[in-house]
Write a protein that binds this ligand. Sequence first.
Ligand SMILES: Cc1cc2nc3c(=O)[nH]c(=O)nc-3n(C[C@H](O)[C@H](O)[C@H](O)COP(=O)(O)O)c2cc1C
Length: 386
Amino acid sequence: MISRRGLLVTGGASAVILGAGAGGAAFYANGPGLSKAREPWSEAGKSFGDPRIDALAYAILAPNPHNRQPWMFDLVGEDRIDVYIDLDKRLPATDPSDRQLTIGFGCMLELLRMAAAEKGYRAALTPFPDGQPYPRLSGNRMAQVAFVKDESILRDPLFANVLARRSTKEPFDTAKPVDQASLDATLAGATGRLDVGGTVDAAQRQRITDLAWLGFMIEYENDPTRKESIDLMRIGNRAVVENPDGIDMGGVQMGLFKMTGIVSHDGLNTKGSQAYNIGIDLYREIINSAMGFAWIKAEENTRLTQLEAGRDWVRMNLAAQQAGLCIHPLSQILQEFPEMAQPYKSIHAELGATVDGVVHMLGRVGYTKFPAASPRWPIESKLIST
Ligand SMILES: Cc1cc2nc3c(=O)[nH]c(=O)nc-3n(C[C@H](O)[C@H](O)[C@H](O)COP(=O)(O)O)c2cc1C
């Protein structure tokens, strides 16, 4: 365990490896594989000697924006968890009000609830016990969770998919349509508290695809938002293992791109460069292969609906997994930075959001091979010592 202060200091640092000359190639070739970064997926399920940590080991596998894993847990007494955010891990350019990060906490808290139930505990949640923070999140508690032994607690069938769940960021097979029944099975994962919807209709799919592409290009061509994402790219296996958060660009092909200098942080961030254009080409293929969409709307944009949206998103992700369907959030067009204002309005109109309402999540669906598990920091590094 490390201290809360230690976590705040070390958690924000990112030791990325920039550039790649011939020396870099040798360094990279000798680098580690990715198994270390994926260990938390196999650690979940083992006994840590405290039911709260056992459940948290699953909770940290939740989907979350840019895989920042910004959560910190204070184990209070014998039966309570106080949940905080590491404020250094916020995404001010792409998520100026911390809305998406809060959704990520909703995903994590839902997995915590499910994992506790598996062991016969009710995880009684008090969201924002010190008040809902606006306009941004604060150092106050995001949630307080009491663990109460309750043998009558219902197990959640979706829990069976937690270790298999993925956000599939690959192009989908455009020869393989998604049928309405598979989309419905995905939407049925939601709790029913918010307004979830989806489409496989060709005309609406095309309209949403066009808007999603516009959103991607606006985010990519706008310096602060592009740079925020590029700074968080972990290029090559060693960078991923050293910082198992952010945008994972590990793997053999990326290693070759890095060795040959095709992909580097500087290159990606230079308009017109080969790497910059590769980024556009990759995403064009990804977005245009959407075979349908699923979304979550709320009547109002409060911290509580953000948590609820997270809860629904991870449940839909788990339900999709169970149906063998891939799902991938496309959040650019839902972002609140000023340059996105016009397409933000258009997607809200397209999806029928009310005047005060908000589209919290939008994701494409389709089929391809599910990817490997994404990197995670180990649970031990997320515990605050007193
Ligand atoms: C609120 C929210 C927004 C997200 N937006 C995007 C997005 O725009 N593009 C993307 O590729 N992934 C997005 N993701 C998925 C995360 O990048 C993903 O959960 C994370 O990298 C961990 O991967 P995993 O879900 O496969 O474990 C989002 C996830 C959440 C919870």
